[in-house]
Design a binder for this molecule. Sequence first.
Ligand code: F0G
Length: 451
Amino acid sequence: MEPFRIKMVEPLPSLDRSQRAKALRAADYNLFRLESDQVIIDLFTDSGTSAMSAEQWAALMRGDEAYAGAVSFRRFEQVLRELTGHPYVLPTHQGRAAERILFSSLLRPGQISVSNTHFDTTRANVELAGGRAVDLPYTEGDFQGDLDVAALKDLLNRSCGQVACVVVTVTNNAGGGQPVSMANLKAVRSVCTEAGVPLFLDAARFAENAYLIIQREPGYAAYSPREVAEKMFALADGCVASLKKDGIANMGGALTLRDDVLAARCKELLIATEGFPTYGGLAGRDLEALAQGLLEVTDPAYLAHRAETASWFARQLEKAGLPCVQPAGCHAVYVDARRLLPHIPPEQFPAHALACELYLEAGVRTFEVGTLSFGRVADDGAELPADKELLRLALPRRVYTRSHLAYVAAAAGIVASRAERVPGYRIVEAPKALRHFTARLAPIERRKESE
Ligand code: F0G
């Protein structure tokens, strides 16, 4: 059961099928363009959508809004220093600001950042800094978030000192929310040390990764999530973190570092673009809510409930006929749209088609992780498909109960039962970069069998 009770509630919007069809048409079949009061259950993201605890709301009132030297920063800094062991803590308004500051301070044009998978904003910030982002995922076994260590060694040997950093994303969001093992982190650490290359964590979901290590990796069952998280951070030279996830608050991010010189350079950029180092891009009250959230997120009962909910939800979806990435992680369940909708080719965006259908069926908003978001367009305009066509059903923290998710699974079952009639989509208009945010799309009318 949920290890909390609910003190404050929000009504769910209610829209019938014709209202949903109208809303989707008006949004040009792009779920980013829906208004949130047109969404009944919102599984679009687990980022910034959490419910805060009574202690976090209480902490907000202690927010010190001083421009410099805010006591709230001291609390935030102490919590992050104790968790990570990294002496320098720079607050930012969200994760991508920390990424921009790190990469533009660290990368020289042409240099390489290696990752298990760069999240889309992380890749964009590497490229904006003039660098090249290389993904080396190793997707086998219980730890499908691991980085391919053999490929990393090979790249280091071939690239003549061009690799400037390694970033391990825990858990690997773009690769199905899968965890990275401690053994893999240790192996990456030793390769980085040998090559003299710094290792950073993209720590957005560090607590969930720690919990999955305890569950799946031999030798960690006796440790607490907090202890495992500390071991993960101990292996890294720093981290970029979107605290909108495991900070259990609605806004915030951080950059933590060990290196004095790099920290000084990053601080300069922080002041110029985010804010004075004792608030970054945040209000004092945000820092307070985050400091408290970062303590709550490693609670074993909370994490057990979260992991259990994700695997239960994946089982319900499988029972309803939707193939899921297994074993499920914590923050989301991913449905394999390529297997469910084999009649829709990648250039007609099968996972996006499933997202639209689920909205039409039940007002549920989900997120495409496939060719629309992660594919590339060749110079001649041809679609270069993504590796996977997944639909992510993200789980906001402490927001929805199992009966909400049972409603989603039932609706998904109805969609699965008429899978062969789900249409593909085409792009009507889209910008070149990060097109999924604003693209306008339309369903492709399917010709009758007799035609
Ligand atoms: N890294 C990872 C692994 C993420 O999942 C995200 C955001 C970021 C970095 C960027 O952080 O949004 O605070 O600037 N992921 C959200 C999602 C948007 O829906 O998965 P941000």
